[in-house]
Design a protein around this ligand. Structure first.
Ligand SMILES: [Zn+2]
Length: 235
C-alpha cells in the first residue's frame, strides 16, 4: 500500500491540536507532540500507552494491545497421555479408556499482548508472547517517541484476545479435544513495543519472536518511517 496524501487520515489531537498522522485504516494514533494516545471509535478517546523495550536507533515502535481479562473456562476436554504408537508399543491411558477428561473449569485472570497493527500473524504472535511470558523489561517514562499507528480497534481487540486465549489452550501440551471459553475484558491499553528489522522479520526487542515482513500489510510504510528517537523529554 502506498503512503500518499489521499490515504492520510486527517485528525487532530484533542489535547494539543497537532495533526495526527496515520493510514486511512488506522484507529490508534499517538501524538508525539504532547504524548497522548487516542483511539477513534465514533470520536477520539484517550487510551493509556506505555513504551517498552524501546531499543536502539534501528528500532521502530509498533502498537500492541495489552488486554487484561478474566478467562472463564466453560468446558475443556482433553485426552490423557497416550502412547498408542507402534514404536513404543505400550499405552498409558490413565482414567477412562477413551482418555477423555474434563478439566480446568472456573476462571482466571490473564494478560494478552498482541499486535494492534495489521498483520496476518496476530493470533500466533499473541500465543507466542503469552508462552514467552512477555514482560515489559523496562518501561520508559517521561520520554516521547514516534509510534506507528494501529488499525485494530477496541472491539476487535476483545475478540482477538478471546481467540488468543483459545490458541493458548490449543498450544498446551496435553491433547486438547475441545475447549469452550469466554473472556471478560477488564482493561485494555496500548504497549508501544520496540521492534528491530532482522533479515526478513521484524523482531520484537529482547525476544525470539519475529513477525515476517510479508505478513505485515503496511510494512514498507512502517519501515520508511523515522526510526525511534526521543522526540522530547518531559523530565
Ligand atoms: Zn497532542
Amino acid at each position: 500500500m502506498r503512503y500518499d496524501l489521499s490515504e492520510l487520515t486527517l485528525l487532530r489531537c484533542s489535547n494539543c491540536g497537532s495533526d495526527l498522522d496515520g493510514l486511512s485504516t488506522d484507529v490508534i494514533f499517538y501524538c508525539c507532540e504532547c504524548g497522548k494516545c487516542w483511539i477513534s471509535d465514533e470520536r477520539l478517546s484517550p487510551i493509556d500507552i506505555e513504551f517498552v523495550r524501546v531499543g536502539g536507533s534501528d528500532s521502530v515502535l509498533l502498537p500492541f494491545w495489552k488486554v487484561d481479562a478474566s478467562v472463564i473456562m466453560q468446558d475443556r476436554i482433553s485426552r490423557r497421555e497416550s502412547s498408542a504408537s507402534g514404536i513404543s508399543g505400550f499405552r498409558e491411558f490413565t482414567g477412562r479408556e477413551m482418555g477423555l477428561t474434563e478439566s480446568d473449569s472456573g476462571s482466571r485472570n490473564v494478560r494478552f499482548i498482541f499486535p494492534a497493527f495489521s498483520t496476518s500473524l496476530v493470533l500466533s504472535t499473541g500465543v507466542r508472547m503469552h508462552r514467552e511470558n512477555f514482560l515489559p523489561e523496562k518501561t520508559e517514562h517521561g520520554k516521547r517517541f514516534r509510534v506507528i499507528g494501529g488499525s485494530v480497534g477496541k472491539d476487535d481487540a476483545a475478540l482477538l484476545a478471546r481467540a488468543v486465549a483459545v490458541g493458548v489452550e490449543v498450544n498446551r501440551t496435553d491433547y486438547l479435544a475441545s475447549v469452550d471459553l469466554e473472556i471478560e475484558v477488564f482493561s485494555a491499553s496500548i504497549y508501544a513495543i520496540g521492534c528491530t528489522p532482522d533479515k526478513n522479520v521484524l523482531r520484537i526487542n529482547g525476544s525470539e519472536i519475529g513477525i515476517l515482513f510479508a505478513a505485515i500489510n503496511d510494512c514498507d510504510d512502517i519501515l520508511r518511517q523515522d526510526k525511534v528517537f526521543p522526540v522530547n523529554s518531559t523530565s
